[in-house]
Design a protein around this ligand. Structure first.
Ligand code: CDT
Length: 309
C-alpha cells in the first residue's frame, strides 16, 4: 500500500529588521507557486516566518517588541498567502509570534488545510535562551523574555490523509517532543527553525557542528518514532546576525531524503509515503509491546539532574 503526501519544505533566506510583512508574504507566495509547480500538496515554512528573528534584539520595555507579534490569524498582511494556498488547494504550516486577546505572547505555528481553514495550533514549549540582556554572550537570544512556554502540549491532527504534528526549532533537540507525538501515532512532524550559526557562549562551536547537531536530532527523532520529519530553516545574514540553513526532509528510517544547500529562499519537494511509517511502528518501535513505563517516571517527575549519593 502507499499513501503519498507530497510536501514542500520552503526555506526563507534572511529577513532584515526593516523589511515589512508585505515583502515576506510576497516571497512566501513565490515559494508556494514554485512548490505547486513541483507537485506539492502541503508547504511548510520556518519559525517566525513573517519577520526577522526579533528575539535577538533587547528591548528594556517588552511592550516595544509587540509590533513583531500578530494579534489575529489570519490578518490582512497574510490574507494573500491564505488566498493563494486556497487557489492551489494546498495545505500549509508557518510560524509567527502570537499575541492573544488576553495579552499573552507565544511562539506559535499553525496547520492550515486545503480550504484555508486553520485546523491546528502549536505553541513552542522548549524556549531557549535567557530573560535578561547578557553582556557575556556574543549575541542575545531572548525568547524567554518575549514568550511564555506553550500551553497546548504536542497534539497530532488528522490532515490530508495522515497524522500530522508540529514542533518549533529548539523542540527538535528534545526526544520528549517527538515521543509524545509518537504515542499518538504521528506520521509526519513539521517544524521551522532559526538557528544562529555560532554558539553565543562557545565561539568554537560553529556552523558545521551546529548543522551536525541539527541533523542528529531530527534524524534520531524520525527513526525512533517511525515518522517523517520536515525541518525548515530561516537562513542567512539578518542585520549582521547569521543563521544556518539545513532545510531537510527525513524519512521514518531516519535518512535524509532531500536537503537544501543554499541559505536563500528555496524549496525542496518530496513525495512522502505515509505508509513507510508502518514497519517501524509495528516492529522495533511498537510502543505497546516494548515500552517499559514503570522505569520512565523521572522523565515526567523531575526537571534537573539528581546524581546518586
Ligand atoms: N529559535 C531557536 O529555538 N533556536 C535555538 C537556538 C539555541 S541557542 C540559544 C535552536 O535550538 O536552534
Amino acid at each position: 500500500m502507499s499513501r503519498i503526501l507530497t510536501v514542500a519544505a520552503a526555506q526563507l533566506g534572511p529577513i532584515q529588521k526593516a523589511e515589512g510583512r508585505d515583502i515576506v508574504v510576497a516571497r512566501m507566495i513565490a515559494l508556494m507557486d514554485e512548490a505547486k509547480a513541483k507537485g506539492a500538496e502541503l508547504i511548510i515554512y520556518p519559525e517566525l516566518a513573517l519577520t526577522t528573528f526579533f528575539p535577538r534584539w533587547h528591548h528594556e520595555d517588552r511592550a516595544e517588541a509587540d509590533h513583531w507579534f500578530e494579534a489575529a490569524m489570519p490578518n490582512p498582511a497574510v490574507q494573500p498567502l491564505f488566498e493563494r494556498a486556497r487557489e492551489h488547494g494546498m495545505g500549509m504550516s508557518f510560524g509567527y509570534a502570537e499575541l492573544t486577546p488576553e495579552g499573552r505572547h507565544f511562539n506559535t505555528s499553525i496547520l492550515v488545510d486545503r480550504e484555508g481553514t486553520i485546523v491546528g495550533k502549536y505553541r513552542k514549549i522548549h524556549l531557549p535562551g535567557h530573560v535578561e540582556f547578557d553582556p557575556e554572550r556574543a549575541h542575545q537570544h531572548l525568547e524567554k523574555r518575549y514568550f511564555e512556554p506553550g500551553d497546548l502540549g504536542f497534539p497530532v491532527w488528522r490532515l490530508m490523509g495522515g497524522l500530522m504534528g508540529m514542533m518549533i526549532c529548539n523542540d527538535r533537540r528534545w526526544p520528549e517532543s517527538y515521543r509524545v507525538m509518537g504515542l499518538q501515532g504521528v506520521e509526519m512532524v513539521v517544524l521551522g527553525f532559526n538557528t544562529p550559526s555560532v554558539n553565543s557562549q562557545k565561539p568554537g562551536e560553529g556552523m558545521a557542528q551546529r548543522l551536525f547537531h541539527h541533523r542528529l536530532s531530527v534524524q534520531a527523532g524520525a527513526y525512533q518514532n517511525a515518522t517523517w520529519v520536515v525541518a525548515v530553516a530561516k537562513a542567512g545574514d539578518e542585520d549582521g546576525h547569521h543563521c544556518m540553513g539545513g532545510t531537510l526532509i527525513v524519512n521514518p528510517d531516519g535518512e535524509i531524503v532531500a536537503e537544501l544547500e543554499s541559505e536563500a529562499d528555496g524549496v525542496i519537494v518530496h513525495a512522502c509515503d505515509l505508509d513507510d511509517t508502518r514497519f517501524g511502528k509495528a516492529t522495533i518501535f511498537d510502543f505497546k509491546r516494548h515500552r517499559r513505563i514503570e522505569h520512565y517516571g523521572p522523565i515526567t517527575a523531575q526537571v534537573g539532574v539528581i546524581e546518586p549519593e
